[in-house]
Design a protein around this ligand. Structure first.
Ligand code: F3S
Length: 405
């Protein structure tokens, strides 16, 4: 790979040992993918996870003196004080790892947004920007919806990119690789944000490859939340870092444009019965529930408003958690949604992820309701069972304490 003098200097340690290590890792990635050179990034997002490997890596860079050249936004952690007060006393091992991870990211120069939807607020790339975004819903959103360019970064490679300000030029940074190869004809009716949860889960079941797909048959532009759900599930049941929707996403004004004038490699159909099959497979049977959890990915203010509207003047039968960014929580307070949800007995907690053990321990072995297949999937290992329904149905179920048929 051809490096500029500055990049060679980084690799040789002239900018410190930490930067040299980050550059070494990136050059290794570039060589693995046959990249010809490195290019500058303008933004990064790191999928911080407050788990052992995450902490080990950021501390390794930090101890070698690394600092971020491009301050990345970061994924949610845990609002320890809030959960301590309102859920349970978080065990010491949880407090220690969360506190150490947060501090390490602060010291390395990350912007502590603690939010997994940076593309909706705080870190929104423009069309054509080269960025390094990790996180399941974030990579497809910036590529597909915004037309920015990011490979599927891990939290570690995105952090290295933030430190060096560079990424190897390969994959989705290149025009050629952004063209669709799989044509997906959707005859199922896709209208609501929840439909995108199911469609996103369904596609990788029908085609397992890493190629970029183009979806046809979707007539109405998804809402930002629909796009968010779509990317999150495409990257949970599969690994889709970029997609096109013909006539809707910016690099697909037409099917032909998405394919770059080439024939498609394979055609996939998604019918109403495919979505029914997914519904039966993942959504679960009706029944009693112990708690409700939303915000995987973090809810937008529009989704918080939808919840507040259902809860106005009502009382919840079960524990009820809405996870979102600190900015959205603040806005929910200004709009009165926070107070409505709290009066009903629910919580809006900022900065927090559904997947940081042992912070949700009181729900291990119990049954919850959520609108997110990703939330359900990640919690299977903790023996938390989730019934999955559209957001409004979940809130109504939480008022009753039961999901009805
Ligand atoms: Fe966000 Fe954590 Fe879910 S990062 S998407 S709340 S697993």
């Amino acid at each position: 790979m051809e490096l500029t003098q500055e990049e060679k200097d980084m690799l040789a340690g002239r900018y410190g040992e930490g930067t040299a290590l980050a550059m070494k890792i990136q050059v290794g990635i570039g060589e693995a993918f046959d990249a010809g050179r490195m290019v500058a990034i303008t933004r990064a997002h790191v999928a911080l996870s407050a788990q052992d490997a995450d902490l080990w890596f950021v501390e390794k860079l930090l101890n070698k003196g690394a600092r971020c050249k491009v301050p990345p936004t970061v994924n949610p952690s845990i609002d320890l004080a809030y959960l301590n007060q309102h859920l349970f006393q978080i065990p010491k091992e949880g407090v220690d790892i969360v506190s150490a991870t947060n501090e390490a990211y602060r010291r390395i120069g990350a912007t502590l947004t603690f939010d997994c939807t940076p593309y909706l607020q705080q870190n929104i790339p423009a069309y054509g920007e080269i960025v390094a975004f990790s996180e399941s819903s974030a990579t497809p959103y910036v590529n597909s919806v915004l037309g920015a360019r990011s490979n599927r970064e891990s939290s570690q490679s995105a952090l290295c990119a933030a430190v060096t300000g560079r990424v190897a030029e390969y994959g989705l940074l290149l025009d050629e690789q952004r063209r669709a190869e799989i044509r997906v004809d959707v005859s199922a009716r896709i209208e609501t944000d929840f439909d995108y949860q199911l469609l996103g889960w369904c596609y990788p079941l029908k085609h397992k490859g890493l190629e970029v797909p183009v979806f046809t048959g979707i007539r109405k532009r998804p809402t930002p939340e629909g796009f968010m759900n779509f990317g999150a599930q495409l990257n949970t049941s599969g690994a889709v870092s970029m997609y096109h929707i013909a006539g809707i996403t910016p690099e697909a004004p037409s099917l032909d444009a998405a394919l770059g004038g080439r024939p498609f490699k394979q055609r996939v159909e998604i019918t109403e019965s495919d979505l029914d099959h997914v519904r039966q497979q993942i959504c679960g049977e009706p029944g009693k529930i112990d708690f409700a959890m939303f915000g995987c990915p973090h809810l937008s203010i529009r989704q918080v408003a939808e919840i507040a509207e259902v809860l106005e003047g009502k009382r919840l039968k079960i524990d009820f958690w809405v996870l979102t960014s600190s900015l959205t929580r603040e806005l929910a307070g200004r709009m009165g949604y926070l107070q409505t949800i709290q009066r009903a007995g629910g919580h809006i907690v900022a900065d927090t992820c559904i997947d940081v053990p042992p912070c949700w321990q009181p729900y291990y072995g119990r049954t919850g309701v959520t609108d997110s297949p990703k939330c359900a999937y990640y919690n299977e290992i903790r023996k938390i069972k989730f019934i999955i329904r559209p957001l409004k149905e979940c809130v109504e179920a939480a008022i009753r304490g039961e999901v009805l048929r």
